[in-house]
Design a protein around this ligand. Structure first.
Ligand SMILES: Nc1nc2c(ncn2[C@@H]2O[C@H](COP(=O)(O)OP(=O)(O)O)[C@@H](O)[C@H]2O)c(=O)[nH]1
Ligand SMILES: [Mg+2]
Length: 415
C-alpha cells in the first residue's frame, strides 16, 4: 500500500495543481466579498455584514435582525408530535404561564415555550401572559402565539412600575453601579434595566391587569429547559394542597449585591412582627433567629405562585414598600430572588411552600434532575443526570439543606 505524501515525487504535480486551485478559490472569495462591499457601499444596506452574520446565527441572536417572516426559522425539528391522540383533561386550575421579555428575547422565549408545551402544556392548554416594558412587535406576537394551542395575552408594563423612581438619587445610584462593576463576578453590576426588572418582579408583576383574573402563575424565562415530561398538573397540585409558592432550585444570593438587604428587612419585621407567620420558614433565611442571613433564595426564574397571596398580603406589600423606600433596588442591586426568598419564608406558613423535586429544570447551566430511584424519573422519561443537580453536584452552593431544615422545625400549635 502506498501512503500518500505531498513530498513524494509522483503526486507532486497533483499537489501543485491543488495549491493553484486553492489560490484561485481564495482569490474568488476575495473578489466576491469585494463586490459585496462595493454593492453595500452603493446600496448602503449592509448586505455583506448580514451574510456574514447569518453564518453565526445562534438561537440567542436578536430577532430584530431577522425578516418579518423569519419566526418559522426559529423552530428546531419538533420535539413533540401533535399527530398522536392526546389525553383530554377535564379539570384545570385558574392559572397562566407568565413571561416577561424584550422583543429581542424572541428566540429564547420560543425555545422555552416549546419546552413547556412539549413537556406539559400541549394537553393542558393553559394560557400565556407576556409582559414587556415596551410594546411587543407584531413578529413577537405572531411567533409566540404560533407555538401554543392556548390563548396568548400581551401587555405593556406602566412606566412608573418599570423605570427607576424619581426619588432615587441618580448620583448615588451611578456611583453604586460603578463601584459594583469593579468587583469581579457580579452579574449585571452596571445594568439599570436589570434593576428595573428585579424591582418589577418584587413589587409589581402581580398588579398587572392581565393577571387579575388568574389565581396561579408559572414563571417562564427565555432559554430554559425541562428535561422530563411533567405528567401531572403542578397548578392543580398547588390548588389541591393549598400551596402558595413552589420552587425547584434554591441558591444563596451574592454578598456584593445585597449588603444591607437583610438588616433593612429585619428593621421592617421588628417594627411589624404581626406579619411574621408563627409557622414560618425563617430557618431557610437565618440559622440564628434573624441575626444573620443564610443568603438563601428560591431561584425565581422558575416559580409557581398563588397571585392571591401576593395581591392580598398586607405584609408582603408593606414589606415591598419598605424596601422601595430604602432604595436598595438601585443603590445596591437587590434581586427579586432574595426579596421573594425573605418574604415567602417569613410571611407564609412553611407548609404552603413547596419544593417541586420531581420537576427537571435547567437554566444557564444550573439544573435540577429527579433522583432516578424515584418514580418521577422513569415516568417522566427524563434526559438529565441527577448527579448534575444543583443539590448534588453543587451541594455547597445549594440551599436545599436549609429548606429541609426549615420544614423540620417543630410547628407551633396555633389553634
Ligand atoms: N421587557 C424586559 N424584560 C427584561 C429586561 N431585562 C430582563 N428581562 C426579562 O427578565 C427575565 C430575567 O432576565 P434575565 O436576563 O434572564 O436574567 P438572569 O436569568 O438573571 O440572567 C427574563 O425573562 C428577561 O427576558 C428588560 O429590560 N425588559
Ligand atoms: Mg434568565
Amino acid at each position: 500500500m502506498v501512503l500518500y505524501s505531498p513530498l513524494s515525487s509522483a503526486p507532486a504535480a497533483r499537489w501543485k495543481q491543488l495549491l493553484l486551485t486553492k489560490k484561485s478559490l481564495i482569490a474568488s472569495i476575495f473578489v466576491i466579498f469585494s463586490l459585496l462591499g462595493l454593492l453595500e457601499l452603493l446600496l448602503e444596506r449592509g448586505i455583506s455584514s448580514r451574510i456574514l452574520s447569518s453564518f453565526s446565527l445562534t438561537p440567542n441572536s436578536s430577532s430584530s435582525d431577522q425578516s418579518p417572516l423569519s419566526c418559522s426559522n426559529l423552530f428546531e425539528p419538533s420535539s413533540f408530535q401533535h399527530s398522536t391522540p392526546r389525553p383530554t383533561y377535564s379539570r384545570k386550575a385558574n392559572a397562566t404561564f407568565l413571561t416577561l421579555a424584550r422583543n429581542s428575547d424572541l428566540a429564547g422565549v420560543i425555545h422555552s415555550m416549546k419546552q413547556v408545551e412539549g413537556r406539559f402544556n400541549r394537553d393542558r392548554h393553559y394560557p400565556w401572559v407576556f409582559l414587556n416594558d415596551e410594546p411587543f412587535t407584531e413578529e413577537f406576537i405572531r411567533c409566540t402565539s404560533a407555538v401554543t394551542s392556548a390563548k396568548t395575552h400581551y401587555g405593556q408594563i406602566p412606566r412608573d412600575q418599570w423605570v427607576q423612581p424619581d426619588f432615587i438619587d441618580e448620583d448615588r445610584a451611578t456611583k453604586a453601579r460603578k463601584a459594583l462593576s469593579k468587583i469581579r463576578g457580579v452579574f449585571y453590576a452596571d445594568s439599570v434595566s436589570y434593576r428595573n426588572m428585579c424591582r418589577f418582579y418584587s413589587g409589581f408583576f402581580y398588579r398587572q391587569p392581565l393577571l387579575q383574573d388568574f389565581k396561579y402563575y408559572w414563571r417562564v424565562e427565555p432559554d430554559i429547559n425541562y428535561r422530563c415530561e411533567i405528567e401531572y398538573d403542578p397548578f392543580l397540585y398547588m390548588e389541591d394542597n393549598n400551596k402558595a409558592y413552589g420552587f425547584t432550585i434554591s441558591v444563596p444570593e451574592q454578598k456584593e449585591t445585597t449588603p444591607t438587604l437583610w438588616d433593612t428587612s429585619m428593621e421592617f419585621f421588628n417594627q411589624n412582627p404581626q406579619y411574621l407567620h408563627p409557622n414560618n420558614a425563617m430557618r431557610f433565611a437565618s440559622k440564628d433567629e434573624g441575626k444573620t442571613w443564610t443568603r438563601c433564595t428560591y431561584w425565581t426564574n422558575f416559580e409557581i405562585g398563588d397571585l392571591d397571596f401576593f395581591r392580598g398580603s398586607e405584609g408582603y406589600n408593606k414589606y415591598f414598600e419598605h424596601l422601595e423606600t430604602a432604595g436598595g433596588f438601585y443603590y445596591e442591586r437587590w434581586g427579586d430572588a432574595p426579596m421573594h426568598g425573605i418574604a415567602i419564608s417569613l410571611l407564609l406558613d412553611r407548609e404552603r411552600i413547596h419544593h417541586f423535586d420531581d420537576i427537571a429544570y435547567e437554566h444557564t447551566g444550573w439544573e435540577q434532575c429527579p433522583d432516578p430511584l424515584t418514580p418521577a424519573y422513569e415516568r417522566g422519561r427524563c434526559s438529565c443526570d441527577y448527579g448534575n443537580s444543583m443539590a448534588v453536584k453543587w451541594k455547597r452552593y445549594s440551599c436545599q439543606a436549609d429548606f429541609d431544615a426549615a420544614l423540620a422545625v417543630p410547628r407551633i400549635n396555633t389553634e
